[in-house]
Design a protein around this ligand. Structure first.
Ligand code: RP5
Length: 159
């Protein structure tokens, strides 16, 4: 089965956070490929990856990076696929730098920016499923079920 989603990240050190996106996709039965690609350290490889992703069958790209986090934006500049950005919780500025770098895109090049860290990575997985589910009824049913379980878990916490 070919992957529908690409999960890319600026460094191996982002993997513990970004694996939450993969776990979420896996729970919906959506296959992802995972790669370390840096807008700064491997700029040409990053651009080549973004340019070829659509023709390889990728439908959504999730990009996580920290600090001067340009990865999602650079990838969005080189593809017509939807790009979801996940700001990493950085050492010195606690991810505020990553958030601003990812979210503050100029008009014309959107990046759907999630929350900083693991919650953002989980939501990136869900959003990718929601995008793919627009054309996939089986996934849509799984999303409805997911929402029901979410509501049930909140009720349990209250009681
Ligand atoms: C970014 O720099 C990465 O996305 C990572 O969050 C941050 C630090 O990278 P390492 O120095 O841990 O490799 O490019």
């Amino acid at each position: 089965m070919k992957p529908d989603v690409a999960i890319i990240m600026g460094s191996k050190s982002d993997l513990p956070v970004m694996s939450e996106a993969e776990k979420m996709l896996d729970s919906f039965g959506v296959k992802a490929e995972i790669k370390v690609l840096s807008a700064h350290r491997t700029p040409l490889a990053t651009i080549n990856y973004a340019v070829s992703a659509r023709q390889r069958g990728i439908k959504v790209i999730i990009a996580g990076a920290g600090g001067a986090a340009h990865l999602a934006g650079v990838v969005a500049a080189h593809t017509t696929l939807p790009v979801i950005g996940v700001p990493m919780p950085s050492r010195h500025l606690k991810g505020i730098d990553s958030l601003f770098s990812t979210v503050q895109m100029p008009s014309g090049v959107p990046v759907a920016t999630m929350a900083i860290g693991a919650s953002g990575a989980k939501n990136a997985g869900i959003l990718a499923v929601q995008i793919i589910a627009l054309e996939n009824e089986k996934l849509e049913k799984r999303l409805v079920n997911f929402k029901k379980k979410l509501a049930a878990s909140i009720k349990r916490k209250k009681g």
